[in-house]
Design a protein around this ligand. Structure first.
Ligand code: CO8
Length: 258
């Protein structure tokens, strides 16, 4: 598959996707989001891939949805055509982990895209924000929903209402990102995390992703019950036998993802 707005490569068992519209700070237009969805679905279906890394450039992960592509749209354009939003949900259907490696600006839809990933590793120059209010609109891809869950209501209100940017140190302090590393180490750090994940049992990896995400959708009692059912089901896998036998035999496990 050839893409115009993203670069796609594999590094061992890791699928790596670069957002690549450098002249527009990786602004997310319809075509880019369609291509991103296609690349994610392809990696998700590829049995050789265990984890996906999504990144941008040193200057911008993505500076938001493409403002030029939206400026003249009417309500009927966006409502009837489900325009802008329709191809944004693909990432939610991906069952393998997706790590966002964020350097530079992650604004508006860019911040929302990063939050749709399973966790965010940030470079020390990363800046997160939901500046839609300055354009007379509101976040449209989960900013008002995922941000309060990630960083608290107070911080989310502050960011969405004032449009101020949060730097990497603040983002780590409030839990928006899992780690901050020097810019020159960003991709390496994300790839190393992805390699670790890819070395685990894929069924267990997918179950953890599903179970952690369930924590956002349900009550604690239901979530605990859901986790217990998945935990029990891991005892039906060969990888559970291999993992435990390897530990007892003081050797490294060889998982077969079955
Ligand atoms: N859309 C289109 N083009 C953009 C965008 C964008 N979001 N951001 C930057 N660009 C372009 C600029 O127009 C400029 O192009 P040119 O060189 O042709 O003039 C180029 O990228 C470089 O940008 P700047 O010269 O402005 O670079 P600076 O370093 O001076 O500033 C900023 C960087 C601060 C990031 C600045 O570009 C900026 O404020 N950008 C807009 C940020 C923004 O408002 N983002 C939110 C957009 S709205 C949104 O994301 C809604 C999401 C809803 C999701 C709905 C779908 C589900």
């Amino acid at each position: 598959m050839t893409y115009e707005n993203i670069l796609v490569e594999t590094q061992g068992k890791v699928g790596l996707i670069h957002l690549n519209r450098p002249k527009a700070l990786n602004a997310l237009n319809d075509q880019l989001m369609t291509e991103l969805g296609q690349a994610l679905v392809a990696f998700d279906a590829d049995p050789e891939i265990g984890c996906i890394v999504l990144t941008g450039s040193d200057k911008a992960f993505a500076a938001g949805a493409d403002i030029g592509g939206m400026a003249e749209l009417s309500y009927m354009d966006v409502f009837k055509g489900d325009y802008i939003t329709r191809n944004w949900e693909q990432i939610r259907s991906v069952r393998k982990p997706v790590i966002a490696a964020v350097a530079g600006f992650a604004l508006g839809g860019g911040c929302e895209l990063a939050m749709m990933c399973d966790f965010i590793i940030a470079a020390d120059n990363a800046k997160f924000g939901q500046p839609e209010i300055k354009l007379g609109i509101i976040p449209g891809a989960g900013g008002t929903q995922r941000l309060p869950r990630a960083v608290s209501k107070s911080k989310a209100m502050d960011m969405c209402l004032t449009a101020r940017m949060m730097d990497a140190a603040e983002a780590e302090r409030v839990g928006l990102v899992s780690r901050v590393v020097p810019l020159e180490r960003l991709l390496q750090e994300a790839l190393e995390a992805a390699i670790v994940i890819s070395s685990m049992s894929l069924p267990a990896v997918m179950m953890i992703k599903e179970s952690v995400n369930r924590a956002y959708e349900t009550t604690l009692a239901e979530g605990i019950n859901y986790e217990r059912r998945l935990f029990h089901s891991t005892f039906a896998t060969e990888d559970q036998k291999e993992g435990m036998q390897a530990f007892l035999g003081k050797r490294l496990p060889i998982f077969k993802n079955i």
